[in-house]
Every structure is written in structure tokens, then in C-alpha cells.
Write a protein that binds this ligand. Structure first.
Ligand SMILES: NC(=O)c1ccc[n+]([C@@H]2O[C@H](COP(=O)([O-])OP(=O)(O)OC[C@H]3O[C@@H](n4cnc5c(N)ncnc54)[C@H](O)[C@@H]3O)[C@@H](O)[C@H]2O)c1
Length: 260
């Protein structure tokens, strides 16, 4: 379905971003990976994408706190593949603390990575999407772009902001062949939430699995984690012709979290 197209996926060295990369690559899409991690592992992941799916995969290590490096990431992707057809803004970090104890440097880092980086990627990508008359912007927000939880001041602010940015870009690009949408996952078992599961397990004096179940019981009515594969399938649907008129939305995939 995506043969000959290219996707730039920020934060695709692990978790949800890597899952989306695998799903899009499975449809013939060329991939620009980005993210942090051990260079050897990243290279092995890149090669695996190429051999498993017969596509071209590249890696650019832009730090999402650095506007100059983000500009280079977009330029390098366009140079490698001709255009950036699909932009998935996925890189993200978390820090939890009460607002009066929230470290200012964590606030700044979360706003930079979880929100401002998407402005920069979109800013640099939209002109060439307009020239090609087709584009998909998919922002990985969160249920925390729609509702709040305690101790997540920066994360909730950034994700609400990301949904606002998604809507503005949708209005500005409407009718151009470009769509701009946000995906809002609930709990998904990745490295990002592992510290929260560990903290919950320690607080309750239970094992890690029971800590995870307790977090689900508190927020996610299905009592099941969202899977990385399910998020990949939703991103793929947003790239399909069936989604041509879906723009400016924030789509929950959260086992009922935000229905409450
Ligand atoms: N896991 C969940 O329950 C959940 C729920 C809702 C939303 N999300 C969102 O999904 C996205 C992916 O998170 P995940 O759960 O897969 O976690 P993850 O930790 O596995 O992935 C985060 C990715 O971002 C990259 N990254 C972090 N800082 C970076 C930086 N400065 N520059 C470049 N890349 C950087 C990491 O290297 C990694 O590839 C995030 O935006 C997160 O907020 C996750």
C-alpha cells in the first residue's frame, strides 16, 4: 500500500515508534529512523527492517531538543527519499512529580521533546508535502492530551499542546492532500512507563506484573495494555485512502480510559 513512499518517524529506536516503523515498512514504505540508544543495536534494527521488509531504512540521530538537528533530520530524509510523505512525531519522555517539586529542567526537556520538536518537524516538512500534493502528519499524543493525571504537569501540558498543534496544521493544510491527526494511546507496555510500573509495584509491595495490573485497574477499563501492533495498524489506517477526510482529530486508543 505504501510502496515508494517514505516515513520519518521520530523516536523509532524502541517502543511505539519502532512498532509503527515495522508496520509501515511491512507495506513497502521506506523509513527514516531516529532516536537515542546503543549505536550497534540501532544499526542491527535498521538492517533488520531492510532485510525483513525489502525496503530502504536510514537512521539519523537528531536530538529532538535541538532545532538545528531536527532541520538536518528533515533535510536528510528528503535527500534520501525524494520527499517526506509521512511524518510521525513520536519521540517522547516522561517525568512524574508534584508540580511544586517538578524540576524545571525536566519541564523544559519534556516541552522540547514532546511538543516543540513536532513544531520543527512539521515546519520543515509541510512545504515539500504541499509541493507533492500528499502528506500524512501523525502526532503520537496520549490520553494525557485529552485528560489529566496528577504528577504529570509537563507531560499533560505538552500533549494537550500537541493536539492543539495538530488541529491548527489540519486547518492550514485542509484540501491540500495533507492530513494532520493525533493518536492518543492509553497505557502501552514500553520503556516509557516501566518506571511508573516499578514505582507502583514498590508502593504496593507486589511484583511488577501486579504493579501493571494495578495501573490498568486505576485508569484503563479494558484492564488490558494497548499493543504496539494495534498502534501501528491505526497509523497505517491514517495513511490509507479511507482516511483522506480524517484531519484535525485526536483519536483515543485507550481501552475506554477517556470514556469515563
Ligand atoms: N507507553 C505508553 O503507555 C504511552 C501512552 C501514551 C503515549 N505515549 C507516547 O508514545 C511515544 C513513544 O513512547 P514509548 O512508550 O514508545 O516510549 P519509548 O521510551 O520506548 O520510546 C521513546 C522514543 O523517543 C526517543 N527519544 C527520547 N528522547 C529523545 C531525544 N531527545 N531525541 C530523539 N529521540 C528521543 C527514544 O530514543 C525512543 O526511541 C511518546 O511520545 C509517548 O509520550 C506512550
Amino acid at each position: 500500500m505504501l510502496k515508494g513512499k517514505s516515513a520519518l518517524i521520530t523516536g523509532s529506536t524502541s517502543g511505539i515508534g519502532l512498532g509503527i516503523a515495522r508496520t509501515l515498512a511491512g507495506q513497502g514504505c521506506n523509513i527514516m529512523m531516529n532516536g537515542l540508544g546503543d549505536p550497534e543495536k540501532i544499526e542491527a534494527t535498521r538492517v533488520a527492517l531492510e532485510t525483513e521488509f525489502g525496503i530502504t531504512a536510514r537512521f539519523h540521530g537528531a536530538d529532538m531538543t535541538r532545532p538545528d538537528e531536527i532541520s538536518s533530520l528533515v533535510e536528510t530524509t528528503a535527500a534520501a527519499f525524494g520527499t517526506v510523505d509521512i511524518l510521525v512525531n513520536n519521540a517522547g519522555i516522561q517525568h512524574t512529580a508534584p508540580v511544586e517539586e517538578f524540576p524545571p529542567d525536566r519541564w523544559a526537556a519534556i516541552i522540547a521533546i514532546n511538543l516543540s520538536s513536532s513544531f520543527y518537524t512539521i515546519h520543515h516538512t509541510v512545504p515539500q508535502m504541499r509541493r507533492s500534493g500528499w502528506g500524512r502528519i501523525i502526532n503520537i499524543a496520549s490520553v494525557h492530551g485529552l485528560v489529566a493525571s496528577a504528577n504529570k504537569a509537563a507531560y499533560v501540558a505538552a500533549k494537550h499542546g500537541l493536539i492543539g498543534l495538530t488541529k491548527v496544521v489540519a486547518l492550514e493544510t485542509a484540501g491540500s492532500g495533507i492530513t494532520s491527526n493525533a493518536i492518543c494511546p492509553g497505557w502501552t507496555r514500553t520503556e516509557l512507563i516501566e518506571p511508573q510500573i516499578v514505582a507502583r509495584a514498590e508502593a504496593l509491595g507486589v511484583d511488577i506484573e501486579a504493579g501493571g495490573r494495578s495501573m490498568l485497574a486505576e485508569k484503563q477499563p479494558s484492564q488490558q495494555f494497548v499493543s504496539i501492533g494495534q498502534l501501528g495498524q491505526l497509523a497505517l489506517f491514517l495513511c490509507s485512502p479511507g482516511a483522506d477526510q480524517i484531519t484535525g482529530t485526536a483519536i483515543p486508543i485507550d481501552g475506554g480510559w477517556t470514556a469515563q
